[in-house]
Design a protein around this ligand. Structure first.
Ligand code: UD1
Length: 456
């Protein structure tokens, strides 16, 4: 790789043009514009119809980062036009990659032939937490990387110590200067045994990517087993990497001299699917989800069944419906295959209108109950006791003004608003756009009363 020379070019306009010029999604605009918008949601009867689930945001982001591992072009399909995806593409361009997005086919092409720069400019490190996933590929291919230390998020402090521990065992050194983590591995990375104290998704992905170009064999123990890890491993194997054990707690990576370009279709988004499944349950509706991987939804299906929603695999997708009364929920978030933390807020919306006492325990993030206060404003009866929320179901919630405090919390407020009496205004919806592709269009097609409006 060439020495870091940051060749400035109009990143913002180029990316907007690339993403917006060809996209079928005419609503796709920059984050800054969207901060001024809100959703107006009115009580909606049972949702009915069919919804197509988009590609998984949490699979796309590491896969885009992995494109930095090769100088050859890569083509990724089933990529939704999300703000987070656009920001990751901008980041890759900062390093010298060329990207182009076709919204009609939801395909992104990335060529990282020359990486002229391995230093990311300081930007919104929290919104761009996934930017740290570029560290492993840059370190592996260019032997250096400098990325802003991601800040704390509303859901927790979200450190990267496990990522750094892995890189350090593999021979990298790092220092923190002015909020930027500078990493270098002068003699390249060496394959080693890396034990993770917690099965962190991001750390597993970063170390797995770094190990593909390291000398020798890397073994990641207590690795995360999320489906998005397996999708990344599938893509890396298409690039020529040798990886076994993904989807289990031990992943073994045999380092290669180089990787080549590849084409990959991203898995569907299990959290978006879970969101629409919960929407069917909360409104007593009947929704058919197309393009879902049912096997990735086992914990969500299990908990919805306990709540008295029904699921059925049909030749065209997964049908979710509810006819009887909801039953209270007892759940604890856990790393995969446990119940996903990203579905926790959505189930709290469900519990808020379910007669009886539900208990939801969050074990993955330390501060992921911000939505509880917003739900309380709508009339929910929720008490937080350390890592558990005790929810006494009420007959109905009432619409008011609430704020999306993070991505999944925002989606949970939409579901609550559909079930609430009257009208709910949800502000700060840019959080929601980070991870949901045209959510209001998809919900409207199912009969929901949801509009986008300017936020004064
Ligand atoms: C990913 C997902 C996010 C999901 C989360 C858990 C992406 C882009 N985001 O986030 O939607 O909610 O997995 O399923 O894929 N931790 C440390 N040190 C580290 C790394 C993590 O202490 O170095 C802690 C975190 O603070 C958190 C826990 O481990 O408490 C889980 O985090 P992690 O699995 O790393 O989540 P992300 O990869 O950030």
């Amino acid at each position: 790789c060439a020495l870091p020379i940051f060749a400035f070019f109009p990143l913002i306009f180029q990316t907007v043009n690339v993403f917006h010029g060809h996209t079928k999604n005419t609503n796709f605009r920059k984050n800054e514009v969207r901060t001024m918008e809100k959703f107006i949601v009115r009580h909606s009867e049972a949702l009915h119809g069919t919804v197509r689930i988009s590609g998984a945001k949490n699979a796309v982001l590491p896969i885009l980062a992995a494109c930095l591992l090769t100088e050859e072009p890569c083509t990724i399909t089933n990529v939704p036009p999300l703000t987070d995806v656009m920001e990751m593409a901008e980041l890759l361009e900062e390093f010298g990659a060329e990207t182009s997005y076709d919204g009609l086919t939801e395909t992104i092409r990335i060529c990282s032939e020359t990486l002229s720069n391995q230093q990311a400019a300081e930007k919104n490190a929290c919104a761009m937490r996934a930017s740290f996933l570029a560290a492993g590929p840059l370190l592996a291919r260019c032997h250096q990387a400098a990325l802003p230390l991601p800040g704390g998020c509303p859901i927790g402090s979200r450190p990267v110590d496990l990522h750094l521990k892995g890189f350090s065992i593999m021979g990298a050194v790092h220092k923190l200067e002015h909020g930027v983590v500078e990493l270098s591995a002068k003699n390249g990375l060496r394959g080693k045994r890396v034990y993770l104290d917690f099965p962190s998704v991001g750390a597993t992905e970063n170390i797995m990517m770094a190990a593909t170009l390291a000398k020798g064999t890397t073994t990641i123990e207590n690795a995360a087993a999320e489906p998005e890890i397996c999708d990344l491993a599938d893509f890396l194997r298409k690039m020529g990497a040798e990886i076994t054990g993904d989807g289990t707690d031990t992943i073994v990576i045999q380092g290669q001299k180089r990787l080549h370009g590849a084409t990959h279709n991203v898995i569907s988004d299990r959290i978006e699917a879970g969101t629409f499944m919960t929407a069917a349950a909360i409104t007593g509706g009947d929704i058919l989800l197309e393009q879902v991987r049912q096997e990735h939804l086992t914990p969500v299906i299990a908990k919805l069944t306990e709540c008295n929603a029904k699921t059925e695999v049909t030749p065209t997708g997964l049908r979710v419906y509810r006819k009887g009364r909801l039953r209270p929920i007892q759940l604890k978030t856990m790393p995969y295959p446990g119940f996903p933390t990203d579905m926790q807020a959505l189930f709290m919306s469900l519990a808020a209108v379910t007669k009886g006492t539900s208990v939801i325990t969050e074990t993955v993030f330390e501060n992921r109950f911000m939505h509880a206060a917003e739900l309380q404003r709508m009339g929910a009866d929720i008490k937080i006791d350390s890592r558990s929320a005790i929810i006494e179901g009420v007959d109905s919630l009432t619409g008011t003004s609430v704020r999306a405090t993070d991505l999944r919390a925002g989606a949970a407020l939409i579901l609550s608003a559909l079930a609430a009496r009257g009208e709910t205004e949800i502000s700060d919806i840019y959080h929601i756009e980070r991870g949901y592709d045209r959510i209001e269009e998809k919900l409207r097609a199912l009969g929901a009363d949801i509009q986008r409006s300017k936020d004064s």
